[in-house]
Design a protein around this ligand. Structure first.
Ligand code: NAD
Length: 355
């Protein structure tokens, strides 16, 4: 019991952080620091809320005093930073909060972590890690061929990806300047359970169930590389265990699909899993809407480094992961309704898209 390690997770009430907490509580003691913005859902964590290996703290990563106090109290073996503003469309409407959280507050978090790390000694200091969770969108867009590697130049195109790029650079700088043992992961599009209903896949599932139009941006031929969220969580754990401080690891699923193919897959699964639906065939609900400004054409990750060096490969195929996901949304309508009723900007439903 006493040798169980503690991990301070930030942003653990969000989509990926929530899945990470649910996957790891029990094996780790998890302290979850989350500001509960519109994207944070305590409902996601209901099943662990009474677990002695789980503690929730409401607060911001930029709160130096709070973070410093948590680090001193819990002495985590690692900090895993999921906290961010994460929705591309929202960053187009209002970039300022993205710079505040993803840049300014991430730097505040790094300062608090650095101060703490400097107080550690011996094995505790050697073992400590700060893992920063980031996105492949920092690399910009690809043509029809080629893949992003860890060597690809940063060419962020949206305010969201620009703010994530800035945070990645700060994390890198805290390693090179101060020696902080950081790890960075850049992952492709995630999908799976507990995904906020404004994102592409849950939006399409929930809208199709209501018989509403399924909005697809532009011609729907934008290509994304999709990874089942639990596979991403396993990759993060693998990097925590075996990653070399200062190194970057790209994480991806080798599942390139156009946005239209993704929506068609959702529709086909709903046809199969909800045979009595009055809206079948669900693909007839697809409508094309004006493209998002600056929409990146193609992202695709070369995950060769994490595969070779750390032995990680995804366990789900796109088909198996999507079936799990659609089933989960069908069985968890109360979670969706709870999320939608809490401060969610309803006017966004029907605009849709985005990750
Ligand atoms: P999310 O929006 O679902 O969750 C973000 C969480 O962070 C929320 O719980 C929110 O309340 C919290 N938060 C926001 N600002 C905070 C602050 N200042 N202090 C403390 N908590 C704060 O995001 P997600 O999709 O789970 O993404 C998590 C991380 O993974 C992000 O850094 C994102 O850039 C990255 N990422 C996401 C994807 C994807 O497909 N979703 C892919 C690659 C990387």
């Amino acid at each position: 019991e006493d040798h169980k390690r503690t991990v301070l997770v930030t942003g653990g009430a969000g989509f990926i952080g929530g899945n990470f907490v649910l996957e790891t509580v029990g094996r780790f003691r998890v302290v979850n620091l989350d500001a509960l913005t519109y994207a944070g859902n305590p409902e996601t964590l209901a099943s662990v809320s009474d677990d002695p290996d789980y503690a929730f703290v409401e607060g911001r990563i930029g709160d130096r005093e709070l973070v410093g106090g948590l680090l001193a109290e819990h002495r985590p073996a690692a900090v895993v930073n999921f906290a961010a503003e994460s929705h591309v469309d929202r960053s187009i409407d209002g970039p300022a909060v993205f710079v505040q959280t993803n840049v300014v507050e991430t730097q505040g978090l790094l300062d608090a972590v650095l101060d703490h790390w400097r107080t550690l000694e011996g094995a505790e200091r050697d073992a400590f890690r700060f893992l920063h969770v980031s996105t492949d969108e920092v690399y910009g867009t690809l043509g029809a061929t080629g893949y992003f590697t860890e060597e690809s130049p940063y060419r962020p195109n949206s305010p969201y990806s620009a703010s994530k790029a800035a945070s990645d650079h700060l994390v890198r700088a805290y390693h090179h300047t101060y020696g902080l043992p950081v790890l960075t992961t850049n992952c492709s599009n995630n999908y799976g359970s507990y995904h906020f209903p404004e994102k592409l896949i849950p939006l399409m599932i929930l809208t199709a169930l209501r018989g509403g139009p399924l909005p697809v941006y532009g011609d729907g031929r934008q290509v994304r590389d999709w990874l089942y969220v639990v596979d991403h969580c396993r990759a993060i754990e693998r990097v925590l265990e075996g990653g070399v401080p200062g190194e970057v690891y790209n994480v991806g699923g080798h599942n390139e699909r156009t946005n239209l193919e993704v929506v068609e897959t959702v529709c086909a699964l709903l046809d199969e899993l909800v045979p009595d639906s009055p809206h079948a065939p669900h693909a007839s609900l697809i409508t094309f809407v004006e493209d998002r400004p600056g929409h990146d054409r193609r992202y695709a990750i070369d995950a060769g480094k994490i595969e070779r060096e750390l032995g990680w490969t995804p366990e789900e195929t796109f088909e198996s992961g999507m079936e799990k996901t659609v089933r989960w949304y069908l069985e968890n309508r109360e979670w969706c309704e709870g999320v939608l009723s809490r401060g969610y900007r309803q006017e966004r439903l029907g605009l849709g898209g985005g990750r």
